[in-house]
Design a protein around this ligand. Structure first.
Ligand SMILES: [Zn+2]
Length: 361
């Protein structure tokens, strides 16, 4: 069976709000994600979020905090989700991936901790503390914006604290996630880092009309040029506007990203399953981790090779995570000669992987 990596699953949020992820749900009305369903689908690694939401009542929504001014509330909500992952790890049900070696180790589901919205990070020094607790990917904001960056619902750029944190992430080896950044914040991020950037769960704006939630063709090209990936989001409203989405719409987004990037190596999965929408809101035929396999024969029918298909399912995320976790292994950013050599060879690998293809990919 093809193994998979999902670049975006709100596991702790699902556990808090939709039901115990240690068990498959009795019905798939509210959720499809559980540790058993991920295992059955062949998912060995996922990016699992620490997602906290500004402006909602924390008493009834443990992921909530007041807003950007509420550092203590944001930290409480983020630590509560981290504690869920740590507890599941202590029980042997998953393992938190901290190093490149961890990425390749066997065992239960591996999770790369992805902070979605960074109001729980006070400043650059605090970024190092979160790295020590396991964070290896971060999007500076969710839709509504944070102290550090404008979100896709509003439009400001990076703030001075955001720029300092970007620099700290580069030194620590924390991978930048551009999903949910406003266009201005996206541009600011690229201006402040030369490192790889991903969009963990974003689709092609060109197929969806306006709004900043999804990425433009220029952004796709820049992410690909830096060797990053774009994770396909399976929420129907993010695949087609004004009508029910189908599996063909999902394929159209993948194809658009591949064609725009000039390489299938830029395409990956960032399903966002159960992340604020139910399985019924996903195109029929793709409504669970077990069903995403259906995409592969359809991609082959569109001219994708077996290598391209494995890249989409698994190897493209693996390449990006391997490289960024390799940086993270270096700790505070002290770079030695062997690390520089490894970077150079990774860049060369990426370049050959991203060579424009003549066939439709
Ligand atoms: Zn999101």
């Amino acid at each position: 069976m093809q193994s998979w990596i999902d670049g975006h699953l709100d596991l702790a949020y699902i556990h808090q709000g939709c039901g115990d992820i240690r068990r498959a749900p009795a019905t798939t009305e509210n959720r499809c994600v559980s540790l058993p369903s991920l295992q059955a689908g062949g998912f060995g690694v996922v990016a699992a979020t620490i997602f906290i939401e500004p402006g909602i009542n924390a008493a009834s929504n443990p992921w909530g905090y007041e807003g950007s001014h509420d550092l203590a509330g944001a930290q409480r909500a983020a630590v509560a989700q981290l504690a869920i992952y740590e507890s599941l790890e202590r029980d042997g049900l998953l393992r938190i991936i901290r190093t490149a070696a961890d990425l390749h180790a066997g065992g239960p589901l591996g999770i790369v901790l992805l902070m979605e919205g960074a109001d729980a990070i006070a400043d650059a020094a605090d970024a190092a503390r979160w790295h020590a607790r396991g964070i290896r990917m971060c999007g500076l904001t969710w839709a509504k914006g944070t102290r550090h960056a404008g979100g896709n619902a509003e439009g400001a750029g990076l703030t001075s604290s955001g720029r300092e944190i970007v620099t700290a992430f580069d030194e620590l080896g924390i991978l930048h996630d551009a999903s949910h950044l406003s266009d201005a914040a996206f541009d600011d991020l690229l201006a402040h880092t030369t490192r790889r950037v991903v969009a963990s769960h974003s689709n092609a704006r060109a197929l969806l009309g306006g709004g900043q939630r999804h990425i433009t063709d220029a952004q796709i090209r820049e992410i690909a040029r830096r060797g990053g990936v774009i994770g396909l989001n399976l929420y129907g409203k993010f695949l087609a506007s004004g009508r029910a989405a189908t599996i063909d719409d999902a394929l159209a987004h993948i194809d658009h990203v591949a064609t725009t990037a000039g390489a299938c190596a830029a395409c990956a999965l960032g399903s966002d399953f159960d992340g604020g929408f139910a399985p019924i809101d996903v195109p029929e035929g793709l409504r669970s981790p077990q069903q995403v396999h259906a995409l592969l024969p359809l991609l082959r029918a569109r001219g994708w090779s077996d290598v391209d298909c494995s890249g989409f399912a698994h190897n493209n995320w693996l390449r990006v995570l391997d490289e960024s976790l390799g940086r993270s292994d270096l700790g505070s950013g002290d770079r030695d000669a062997s690390a520089a050599a490894r970077d150079a060879s990774a860049a060369a690998r990426d370049l050959s992987a991203q060579k424009p293809r003549s066939a439709r990919c």
